[in-house]
Structure formats: structure tokens, C-alpha cells
Write a protein that binds this ligand. Structure first.
Ligand code: MN
Length: 128
């Protein structure tokens, strides 16, 4: 079985560095994209095991747009999407799930919480 590949779509350099450090400590392969267009291209090119999705992104596509495109594509919709966002407004979780995100983690990112969720969804993804 190949090593899980995790695509992290995030415009903030510090968050990308933090998440990369956490995931690489557990030997996940991490690929980054810094906006929605690059993220969507990377999803199609890589078909990652899992996508970590920032919601607020610069450019024409935000994280919910990328998620919606994935979930409309029969060949990509089985890839789990975990939203990672500082947004904690009432109703946000429901909005993310309605757009097709499989789960949600709020920033600031806690290493143990992130690793638990990533392990869980990678196992499901690889079992398909
Ligand atoms: Mn952002």
C-alpha cells in the first residue's frame, strides 16, 4: 500500500509550515497548494488520500468552491475533505458540511486532534 498523500490547500504560510511539520512527524506525504485554483488542479493531478481545506482563500475559488467541485465529480468525490478554519460563527459547521466537507477542525490547530482525524479519514479513504 502506498504512503498516504495529504493535500493541504491553505494560503497562510505559517499554517502550512505547522501542518507540514505535524504530518511529516508521522511520515505522511504532504503536498501544499496556496489558492483554490492551484488546489483544484492538484486534486485532479494527484488524487490525494485526503484533502485538508482552508475555507477563506485568495482568488476566484474558495475552499467551499473546491470542495463542491470535488463532490460533483464521480471520480473525486470519495476523497475525504476536512475543513480547517478559524471561522467559528454559528452555522459555519453546517455550511461546511452542506458544501460537501466530510469534517471540520477549528484553528488554532492542535497536533493530537489533527493527527487523530487524519488517521481516521486516511484509513477510510484507503479502505475504499
Ligand atoms: Mn485562508
Amino acid at each position: 500500500m502506498s504512503q498516504p498523500t495529504i493535500l493541504y490547500i491553505e494560503d497562510n504560510f505559517h499554517n502550512r509550515r505547522l501542518v507540514r511539520r505535524i504530518l511529516e512527524s508521522q511520515h505522511y506525504q504532504v503536498v501544499e497548494a496556496e489558492d483554490g485554483e492551484r488546489g483544484w488542479a492538484a486534486v485532479q493531478a494527484l488524487r490525494p488520500t485526503l484533502v485538508l481545506m482552508d475555507i477563506s482563500l485568495p482568488g476566484a475559488m474558495d475552499g467551499l468552491d473546491v470542495t463542491a467541485r470535488m463532490k460533483q465529480d464521480a471520480t473525486l468525490r470519495q476523497i475525504p475533505v476536512i475543513a480547517l478554519t478559524a471561522s467559528a460563527m454559528r452555522g459555519d459547521r453546517e455550511r461546511f458540511l452542506a458544501a460537501g466537507c466530510d469534517d471540520y477542525l477549528s484553528k488554532p490547530i492542535q497536533a493530537s486532534e489533527l493527527l487523530d482525524m487524519v488517521a481516521d479519514y486516511c484509513a477510510r479513504s484507503l479502505a475504499q
